[in-house]
Design a protein around this ligand. Structure first.
Ligand code: TXA
Ligand code: MG
Length: 319
């Protein structure tokens, strides 16, 4: 059921049930992070392997110390600038966080989502919420309540509808190690923004499917349900002349007139990286419904949020 009754959502969560929640990034599939049985339901509903840890959501930085140990002031500097917002901190965990949440790792991911409905919900609860993106494992993340309903509706008692997600891709995941900031996943806060706060370069931890210590980095992820290739549109079009092609362009739709092009979507006609980010997942989803054999996607400019867009496109295209 979809609705906007925050009180009902809180009651379900208190009973150990699952509720899909809106955030500024993507919808999450939430349960009481301190209740193991409730958390197991998340893994089952998503068909998510137990080795892939969950992010824990709370409403204020002052809560972080309850769940994790903060050793570096850089965490507070970043939190002051970006929280609530699309950033997740990987921190040494305290015992109160069950091992199932962190897949047995000694660290926990903490984040404060910037969505009023969910912040109010978190304030109402006496526990934090474990929540991965509310999609079946390996698929594109949902950015509307309807996206959640279509894929997981039957497995979730309630979807709290907070409208369309403003940011549209997941949080940036950071880990502070020996006063260096490592970025484990590109996301809604750009590397440049983080560097401007800490006054030095961050370290990018490379995507690898052979590195299960950071499963968010599995190379094949974000399956949009249609075959995707990323690159120069005209070159790829000439390679797929005999197929029905969909095009996901960054900022212009001059490809509409090409013969075998069935549908064109433009991420941002004005070339805005944040508009493009917001549209990315929902446009990828829409192509599932169109009658195409292959989706050709154009990379975004390789700076700021464009790097996160290109990361998601690359993974959507991974076999
Ligand atoms: O924006 C977001 O982060 C959304 C919303 C719902 O908050 N959540 C989200 O969750 O994207 P999920 O589960 O789809 O992706 C979280 C990623 C996982 O791939 C997991 O591997 C990584 O975070 N992660 C969580 N805890 C971790 C830890 N202790 N160490 C390393 N990676 C961790
Ligand atoms: Mg996910």
């Amino acid at each position: 059921m979809i609705g906007s009754d925050q009180k009902y959502a809180a009651e379900l969560l208190m009973q150990g049930e699952l509720v899909a929640i809106p955030t500024e990034t993507v919808y999450g599939l939430a349960a009481n992070a301190l209740n193991e049985d409730a958390v197991i339901n998340i893994f089952e509903a998503k068909q998510r392997p137990k080795f892939d840890p969950l992010i824990v959501h709370t409403h204020d930085v002052s809560e972080f110390e309850k769940f994790a140990i903060i050793e570096s002031d850089l965490v507070y500097q970043l939190a002051e600038r970006f929280c609530p917002g699309p950033i997740t901190f990987i921190l040494p965990k305290r015992d109160i966080i069950p091992d199932i949440v962190t897949s047995g790792h000694e660290t926990v991911g903490l984040r404060i989502p910037n969505h009023q409905l969910t912040l109010d919900l978190l304030k109402r609860l006496s526990f934090p919420l474990a929540a991965p993106s509310a999609n079946p494992f390996g698929f594109t993340s949902p950015t509307t309540a309807l996206h959640v309903q279509n894929q997981l509706g039957e497995k979730i008692p309630y979807i709290l509808d907070g409208g369309k997600c403003e940011v549209g891709i997941e949080s940036t995941i950071v880990k502070v190690v020996d006063d260096e900031v490592e970025v484990l996943r590109l996301g809604g806060i750009s590397v440049e923004e983080i560097e401007s706060v800490i006054g030095k370069r961050v370290k990018r931890v490379k995507t690898s499917s052979s590195n299960p210590t950071a499963p968010g980095m599995l190379s094949s992820h974000y399956n949009p349900g249609v075959k995707v290739e990323v690159g120069d549109i005209e070159k790829l079009l000439s390679e797929h002349r005999n197929q029905k092609v969909g095009i996901l362009a960054f900022d212009n739709n001059r490809y509409e007139s090409f013969e075998n092009v069935t549908e064109v979507k433009v991420l941002s006609p004005t070339g805005s990286l944040s508009d493009a980010t917001q549209n990315l997942f929902s446009y990828l989803r829409d192509f599932q419904k169109s009658n195409i054999e292959i989706l050709i996607a154009e990379p975004a400019p390789a700076k700021g949020l464009g790097l996160a867009i290109n990361d998601r496109l690359k993974r959507a295209a991974a076999k």
